[in-house]
Design a protein around this ligand. Structure first.
Ligand SMILES: *[C@@H]1O[C@H](CO)[C@@H](O)[C@H](O)[C@H]1NC(C)=O
Ligand SMILES: *[C@@H]1O[C@H](CO)[C@@H](O)[C@H](O)[C@H]1NC(C)=O
Ligand SMILES: *[C@@H]1O[C@H](CO)[C@@H](O)[C@H](O)[C@H]1NC(C)=O
Ligand SMILES: *[C@@H]1O[C@H](CO)[C@@H](O)[C@H](O)[C@H]1NC(C)=O
Ligand SMILES: *[C@@H]1O[C@H](CO)[C@@H](O)[C@H](O)[C@H]1NC(C)=O
Ligand SMILES: *[C@@H]1O[C@H](CO)[C@@H](O)[C@H](O)[C@H]1NC(C)=O
Ligand SMILES: *[C@@H]1O[C@H](CO)[C@@H](O)[C@H](O)[C@H]1NC(C)=O
Length: 273
């Protein structure tokens, strides 16, 4: 008789535990789904696509000094990487890799870094074509590919970014004519195409300051008219690592996300117990 009662009580306790367990499971699942929707937009299937894109760019470059060594595919985002600056919501704003002895080619996937404003790759040994996909970067303001070994034509798509201000392609081995679309860019503060192997006819260049001297087939000596129009020299382009990214916001956001993930994991773990 007593035994039966004890058994019944035990059963009831177990039952209550089960109800509690399923409640925990239900709420944790709900919580985690809710949290997933809070995740940043640059995550696809839990992977930051800007990390993948930059790894593609790294893989097509040759890096003898190892300056890209902390560009790691396992990173949550690329914002702590050498030579990268991010916005406060962790999108890549700039790549500043001038003077780094880089060779190899520039991957066309650079056109996927939608928020890029500044690309400084001057004074390296990069070969191959300038990827036309750079024209997809609608926020681009500054592109400096000067003093490399780029070949092929100037992509006409470079005229697409509406806020483009500084375009330096000088001291490469570019050939062909200057695309009219690029010549028509009135918003350019500087267009430097000097010391390449460009040919004519030269369209009327509408940039505020331009330079096409040092192209043997159009301006061999630079004394010809309209080879360079240099109004007060624009200040030289330097990469500032203290960019527009807001460290405080990043850290705060990271802490909140870290805490949420930890809570999520804990609740799931507890629920399965
Ligand atoms: C790169 O090197 C050139 C010449 O050596 C120098 O004038 C320039 O300031 C350097 N630029 C950067 C960003 O280090
Ligand atoms: C990135 O760019 C490459 C080449 O432009 C393209 O084939 C690829 O689909 C893009 N990837 C994503 C994730 O947008
Ligand atoms: C790259 O260009 C420099 C100067 O323009 C030249 O001295 C060098 O030989 C070139 N290197 C390659 C690999 O084309
Ligand atoms: C570009 O090449 C010319 C001619 O070789 C040279 O005088 C000039 O210093 C070079 N410009 C840069 C920025 O290296
Ligand atoms: C460039 O401007 C000229 C003169 O305004 C115009 O005739 C031409 O169609 C334009 N070309 C492009 C590609 O925008
Ligand atoms: C420039 O291009 C022409 C063909 O358009 C070629 O014959 C010449 O060798 C090139 N010069 C240089 C310095 O690359
Ligand atoms: C172009 O620049 C060079 C030196 O920077 C100068 O000697 C030359 O007179 C300029 N040409 C024109 C047409 O302004």
């Amino acid at each position: 008789m007593q035994e039966k009662q004890v058994l019944l009580q035990t059963k009831m306790v177990l039952r209550r535990r089960e109800v509690k367990k399923s409640y925990v499971m239900f709420s944790s699942t709900f919580f985690c789904i809710f949290f997933l929707f809070l995740s940043p937009a640059n995550l696809t299937n839990g992977v930051n696509f800007e990390v993948l894109t930059l790894i593609e760019i790294k893989n097509s470059l040759v890096d003898p000094q190892g300056v890209l060594v902390n560009w790691d595919i396992a990173s949550v985002d690329p914002c702590s990487w050498n030579l990268i600056t991010c916005s406060s919501n962790n999108f890549v704003l700039s790549i500043g890799a001038a003077n780094q002895s880089l060779s190899g080619t520039l991957a066309s996937s650079i056109g996927n870094l939608t928020y890029l404003e500044t690309v400084l790759l001057q004074n390296n040994y990069i070969t191959g074509n300038i990827p036309p996909e750079i024209g997809k970067l609608m926020k681009l303001k500054t592109l400096d590919l000067s003093n490399n070994n780029f070949t092929g034509q100037i992509p006409s798509t470079l005229s697409h970014p509406t806020h483009f201000q500084y375009l330096r392609l000088n001291n490469n081995s570019l050939t062909g004519t200057i695309p009219t679309s690029v010549a028509n860019m009135t918003q350019l503060i500087l267009l430097d195409l000097s010391y390449n192997n460009l040919s004519g006819p030269v369209p009327r260049l509408l940039a505020n300051t331009f330079n096409v001297m040092g192209n043997p087939e159009i301006c061999s000596t630079g004394t010809e008219e309209d080879c360079n129009r240099s109004h007060p020299k624009p200040t030289s382009l330097t990469f500032s690592s203290s960019g527009p990214s807001d460290g405080g916001t990043i850290n705060q956001k990271f802490a909140v996300q870290f805490g949420l993930s930890l809570a999520c994991l804990f609740i799931i773990g507890f629920g399965f117990h």
